[in-house]
Structures are given as C-alpha cells and as structure tokens.
Design a protein around this ligand. Structure first.
Ligand SMILES: [Zn+2]
Length: 285
C-alpha cells in the first residue's frame, strides 16, 4: 500500500513546478498578496502579479484526445474553454489571469474574430493555450444544409489557421458548435473531416447581463454539483474576465485541477474533406 501511494505521488502532474516544500504554497495561497512583489503591474490590474509557480497546484495533467466523445475526466478535473474570441480587452485580461494561476485553457475562436485580431490569436497560442475553432461567423449550423454547414466550419478553421500561420502555429482539431446547435448528420461530417467536437458539461451562461459575482456563483455551484467537466466561458465579455481570478482561486481552494487539453495527430486537412466546397485537402496546417 505504501509503495503504491508513493508511486502515485512520485509522478507530479505535467507542468507542475518543482517547489521546495508544499508548505510554502499553502502558506502563500492562503495569505494576502504582497503588492510590493510586483514591479510590472499597474493599479488597474484586477490582482497583483505573483510568480505563477506559486499557483502550480491548480494545474493538472495534460489530456491528449484523438476523437470526439467522453474525455474521461476524473473527479475534480475541469477543462476551461473560452468561445467566440479573440477580442481586444477581455481576451488579454484572461490571458494574464491564466498565466498568473499557471493553467492552460482551450480557446474556440471564430474565424471572423481571428481575422480582426490576428496578433491576439497568435498570443493565445504562443502562451501555450490550445486553439480550436467555432465556425467563421457564429452561424447556427442546424439551420444549414450539410454542405453549407461543413463549409462554414472549414471557413472558420481556415481563417484561424491563417491568423496563426505567420508564427508557424496551427489550430488544434477541436471544434465547438455555435449555440451548441447541431444535428447528427453535420456532427458526423465534422468528425469524418477530423474535427474533434468539443461538448460542454457546465455552461457558465456568462452571456447573461449579470454581475461577475453572479456568473461566479452559478458556475461554481454547477461545478460542485457535477464534480468535474468542461466549462464554457466566452472571452468576449468583461464580466468573464473580471470573475476569472476569483473563480480560479475558488477552484484551487476546493481542490480542483485544471486539465490542459490537446488534440492528437495532424491538422484537419490531413484527412478526407467531407464538403463540396473545401479545396485545401492535403495542406500542412
Ligand atoms: Zn459561441
């Protein structure tokens, strides 16, 4: 038994920093933050910067998936996802907060947003977050024909790929349906085209006109009910950016771990293209 326990503890989660003692983390995580430790922050930052190493306990394992379907999250594991961005302002703030807490998220970008803010799209990827796509212009795909829907999915994927390309970066295979609106035919076509459909377990409903505190409390309550899951946020809302530090602090205090999500294999264009319109089959992105 002792050996098994030791074996279980001997392999820390990926990305977890090496610390002298865990007591240091506990002491710091429950104490007040020393603003004198920050030389780079302005008074407008929602929380002073601390070395992300102090927040390492929140970062969980890296989960690499190859197909749509259940992710096999363990109790206490959550995946953070942010849809509809990037957008100047909230996305930048969210990136700062994620860095401060030392965790990685998945950003399902709109092609139109990536075209508008290509440098910000690259910034998301450069900071080690996973970039997926969410159509070009947030169309309800369930209202379209199969070919139209797949063309819209590809248009989004291509626009995000174009934004990332200058840095030799590429989007992952993750795709999320706008409004979570889908039908079996379109979902099957997307899967056959090598997209990995990323579903949602916990909807923060951060698109409601509410206070950050209301979003925070609802999301934590849903998470505590379920105990794990994929959480949906949107990095286009200032209320989301505003609540995120408190949300991550609460996750850490409650013992959750934020799992880093990655897709395996090559890009979506390595597989068959299930659309009448796509012409990029075989492209190396
Ligand atoms: Zn959306």
């Amino acid at each position: 038994m002792v050996a098994a326990l030791l074996a279980g503890c001997a392999k820390p989660p990926e990305m977890q920093p090496v610390l002298g003692t865990s007591a240091v983390v506990d002491a710091m995580s429950t104490g007040s933050i020393n603003p004198m430790a920050t030389g780079l922050r302005t008074a407008y930052q929602p929380m002073p910067a601390m070395p992300s190493v102090l927040f390492g306990k929140l970062a969980g394992r890296t989960l690499t998936v190859s197909e749509s379907g259940p992710l096999g999250l363990r109790p206490g594991e959550i995946i953070l996802t942010f849809d509809d961005g990037p957008r100047a302002g909230p996305t930048e703030s969210i990136l700062e907060t994620l860095d401060q807490f030392g965790v990685k998220a998945t950003f399902l970008m709109l092609g139109s947003s990536a075209e508008r803010y290509p440098a910000l799209a690259r910034e998301v990827a450069e900071r080690g977050h996973t970039v997926g796509t969410h159509t070009y212009d947030h169309v309800d795909l369930s209202t379209l024909s199969n070919h139209e829907a797949i063309a819209e999915i590809y248009a989004g994927q291509q626009a995000v790929a174009a934004a990332l390309a200058p840095d030799n970066l590429a989007p992952s295979r993750f795709f999320r349906f706008p409004y979570l609106a889908q039908n079996g035919v379109i979902r099957t076509s997307a899967v056959e085209s090598r997209f990995i459909v990323l579903d949602v377990d916990i909807d923060s409903k951060d698109y409601y006109t509410e206070t950050p505190q209301q979003v925070l409390e609802r999301t934590l309550a849903r998470l505590d009910e379920q105990g794990s899951g994929v959480v949906l946020f949107h990095d286009i809302h200032l209320r989301t950016a505003a609540m995120l530090p408190e949300f991550l602090k609460a996750l850490r205090e409650r013992g959750y771990q934020v799992v880093t999500l990655r897709s395996s294999g090559g890009g979506v264009f390595d597989g068959p293209v299930i659309t009448a319109d796509a012409s990029s089959a075989g492209s190396e992105i």
